[in-house]
Design a protein around this ligand. Structure first.
Ligand code: SAH
Length: 219
């Protein structure tokens, strides 16, 4: 086991080499990335790679995104301290922890019960008390807690799930990967009245969003 200090040094290097050099420069996002202990969220077997420039397996065939994608998606949302945020695909809880440092409240939905309960336990253990994990189909959103100022989808959608657009607050932002199984484009969508101006950001590769407004379960 490395010391806390050594993990902090690895985080500092990650921020410089993987984030700042690739154009993620928002000081508020970088400061939050410097505090969230990514190594605490990943499984023991891959802990020594927690700060590498890679996605990592988190069990059940799922992965946590590489630090750059987590940071770039978060920065694109331009979170404000009073914002309420919805995340789809809690996974190990790392992205939810990061969002919770930048917003007032985070609701995160995970469809796999074992991941939902371990992420919830980890977030509680580490004191991220404004991040709430729900188990269910995130393609339906969380209507009882809507509207949201920002929604981040951490799994690949075949098309934009309609309920998520409906649950955006006025001026709210939705970021999600849209495309096929092998490759997707990150889309940033804003709610402006009845219009949803959309920007394509960059190519990416996520695990599938499986649900009513996502991909069908294959097994
Ligand atoms: N943000 C996570 C990584 C997400 S990996 C982290 O920081 O660790 C994508 C996750 O989305 C997986 O855990 C997968 O089970 C989940 N997922 C896929 N489809 C879903 C759906 N319809 N609703 C909720 N979660 C879903």
């Amino acid at each position: 086991m490395l010391e806390k200090k050594e993990y902090a040094a690895q985080r500092a290097e990650m921020i410089e080499k993987q984030l700042r050099r690739r154009g993620v420069i928002d000081p508020v996002v970088l400061a939050a990335m410097a505090t969230v202990p990514r190594h605490e969220f990943v499984p023991e077997e891959v802990r020594s790679h927690a700060y590498d420039d890679l996605p990592l397996p988190i069990g059940g065939g799922q992965t946590i995104s590489q630090p750059y994608i987590v940071a770039a998606m978060t920065a694109a949302l331009h979170l404000q301290p009073a914002d309420r945020v919805l995340e789809i695909g809690t996974g190990c809880g790392y992205q939810a922890a990061l969002l919770s440092r930048l917003a007032r409240e985070v609701f995160s939905i995970e469809r796999r019960p074992e991941l939902a309960s371990s992420a919830a336990a980890k977030l509680t253990q580490l004191g991220y008390s404004n991040a709430h994990v729900h188990c269910g189909d995130g393609t339906l959103g969380l209507p009882e807690f809507a509207p949201f100022d920002a929604i981040l989808v951490a799994a690949a959608a075949p098309a934009v799930p309609k309920p998520l657009l409906a649950q955006l607050a006025e001026g709210g932002r939705l970021i999600l990967p849209v495309g096929g199984a092998e490759h997707q484009e990150l889309q940033l969508i804003e709610k402006r009245g009845d219009a949803f101006p959309t920007r394509m950001l960059e190519g990416c590769r996520f695990v599938p969003l499986v649900g009513y407004h996502g991909w069908q379960e294959s097994s």
